[in-house]
Write a protein that binds this ligand. Structure first.
Ligand code: PEP
Ligand code: MN
Length: 337
């Protein structure tokens, strides 16, 4: 349920309403928009006396929330969340591009790719140091050495770093190297991990599970938000369908739908969404046209030798062309890049 305050409600009236709701044993979430102030009520399923609340000073109306997610919902916070990080605004007018290899494989590999994606206009460098692979025999990432290489690339290029964290006990370690903590598709419902990043003081990129509904994604977002971390962005990376020509089916519907349901920024990963580098450019264009706030794209200088996801990685030259094309699409939909 949300309490919508009257236009011009005073700070005192707002504080009073919050205090009284909390006295009743509920938590509150305050959203002070340009248009109106909204107080979200969070708590167990206990009934609330709406007739009583609506008579409190400054209250205009009470609106029930039909979604099971609260803090993530647009009803609770009508304004877009903008995650600001070293001058980069994720969720604002500019479309943000995060690019780099699937995994950090070596110092030379990462530094070369970092320079190339930076020159093409990316602002955030991606690269896994801890890789959650389907097979225990596949390359698992360089671990700590990978994190150190990512930090070196950041120092050299000024790019920010997004990298995956796979277990709750590693959150402090990865957090000392990463600018953004990535939760992978396989961990979208790892609730202990979600709670751990919810307590971290770093922005989080939460990827949709490969077999998860949009509501499940938003409930996972709720886990992070409810721990106090509001610097959160969502990522559509394709879901599993009956189609076999592509690795996943990128759910383009998710972009405008999420923008409707939630105030959180929406990022699209066309690399995992398709599994084929040949499709990445077209799907990236579609994502920006559909309203994505950013893209997460795999780029490799020698895709044929990549230790993971070579088939879906763009070469740096192709990535640079893609950036040029994306600028035109962004402009066509009132965004910049
Ligand atoms: C990745 O970004 O390299 C990755 C492992 O993605 P996902 O979790 O979406 O499979
Ligand atoms: Mn990958």
């Amino acid at each position: 349920m949300i309490v919508v305050m009257k236009h011009g409600a005073t700070a005192r009236q707002i504080a009073n309403v919050i205090a009284r709701i909390e006295q009743l044993g509920f938590r509150t979430h305050l959203s002070e928009g340009v248009e109106r102030t909204i107080i979200g009520i969070i708590g167990n399923e206990r009934p609330l006396d709406k007739e009583q609340i609506v008579r409190w000073d400054g209250v205009e109306k009470i609106v029930p929330i039909l979604h099971p997610f609260k803090l993530a919902s647009r009803d609770f916070q009508p304004e877009d969340t903008v995650v600001s990080l070293n001058g980069i605004r994720i969720g604002g007018k500019a479309v943000v591009v995060m690019a780099g290899p699937c995994a950090v494989e070596s110092r030379q590999q990462l530094l070369e790719i970092a320079q190339a994606v930076k020159a093409a206009g990316a602002t955030i460098l991606r690269g896994g140091a801890f890789k959650p692979r389907t097979s225990p025999y596949s390359f698992q990432g360089l671990g700590l050495e990978g994190l150190e290489i990512l930090a070196e690339a950041r120092a050299q290029t000024g790019l920010l770093v997004v990298t995956e964290v796979v277990s709750p006990d590693q959150v402090p370690l990865v957090g000392t190297y990463a600018d953004i903590l990535q939760i992978g598709a396989r961990n979208m419902q790892n609730y202990a991990l979600l709670q751990a990043v919810g307590k971290a003081h770093k922005p989080v990129l939460l990827k949709r599970g490969m077999m998860s509904t949009i509501e499940e994604l938003l409930m996972s977002a709720e886990y992070i938000l409810s721990q106090g971390n509001e610097r959160l962005m969502l990522c559509e990376r394709g879901i599993r369908t009956f189609e076999t020509y592509t690795r996943n089916t990128l759910d383009i519907n998710a972009v405008p739908l999420l923008k409707q349901l939630t105030h959180l920024p929406v990022i699209v990963d066309p690399s995992h969404g398709t599994g084929k580098w040949e499709l990445v450019t077209a799907v990236s264009r579609a994502a920006v046209a559909a309203g994505a706030d950013g893209l997460l794209i795999e780029v490799h200088n020698h895709p044929e030798q990549a230790l993971s996801d070579g088939a879906q990685s763009l070469k740096p030259e192709r990535f640079a062309e893609l950036m040029t094309e994306l600028r035109r699409v962004a402009e066509a939909v009132g965004r910049t890049l």
